[in-house]
Design a protein around this ligand. Sequence first.
Ligand code: ZN
Length: 85
Amino acid sequence: MQCVFCGGKTEKRTVTFSYEDDGKYIFVENVPADVCTKCGERTYSCDVTDMLLKFAKQEYKPVKKVMVPVFDYSQKKRGTVPSTP
Ligand SMILES: [Zn+2]
């Protein structure tokens, strides 16, 4: 398969799909995708996309929940940066 964006070669990989909707985040692990070896663009098949939409709509129970540290680049000058001794 060829990348639709840069024409590079794609290869089959399993990736972690992340999705954000109105401040709610989900991650789907072990998603089969065609990943471009040049630009990293991921392409999902129709079946996979359908499934991802179902996960996004929370039609399934998550297998686990994780705590995710969130950073805000625009806030980098505020907050405390740990000082090195
Ligand atoms: Zn590409």
